[in-house]
Design a protein. Sequence first.
Length: 242
Amino acid sequence: MVAINLDKLELLYEGKAKEVYKTGSSAAYIVHYKDDATAFNGEKHDIIFGKGVLNNKISSFFFELLKNEGVPTHFIRREDDRNQLVLTLDILPLEVIVRNIAAGSMAKRFGIEEGTSLKHPILEFCYKNDALGDPFANESQITAFGWATQEQLDGIKAIAMKVNSILTTFLATKNITLVDFKLEFGLHDGALLLGDEISPDTCRFWDSKTGEKLDKDRFRRDLGNIEDAYKEMLFRLTGEKA
Ligand code: UDP
């Protein structure tokens, strides 16, 4: 594997945990995973050495799994420790959250004890806008504001539920409970594709036996051993010891 030389590429976008670069092809971008960790809409920030490598490997693993199960995604291949080659996307300004167990902001908002199982998965949409703190948006608002069409929303809902079912089933075999996660979608040549990342930064993973948190809540809640938790996730998924 030859490492990508980012100096030769044009930076298109810099996010909190990733950078996106243009490539020689108008159809593909390089996504570069950084070590930055942020929470609470950027108020809390730290560098977790090696996190970018772990998330790149974990996210690549999940996207390969989903691709093999027929989920349409932007993922082409992992290039090296920190970089992925992906199809270009016009990202829809939505955060799509799927929940199997009450946790985090939802548990708090409704006064439901964290860890309560749900009778069926919950799907939530937020408008992706840091300045506004990613507010909730319902389907009527999303179509009325023009952030997505009803057809796109129907596609998003079907894909999100399929991703939930594939990941929940797979993770159960690794003794991991998939509590909740966030997805983002975009359009490539008009086709709706799953984009962004799937990693401990964007999912809640709990050890099925002990309930130990193996995700970004270790950072958000100052639980310590963040890197070890991400390493444990990579190990359970791939057998690789980081
Ligand atoms: N999430 C995310 N990015 C966000 C907000 C949420 O990746 O900007 C993920 C988060 O890691 C969790 C799920 O979406 O797996 C639900 O998060 P929640 O709404 O409970 O928000 P939080 O408690 O993190 O504020």
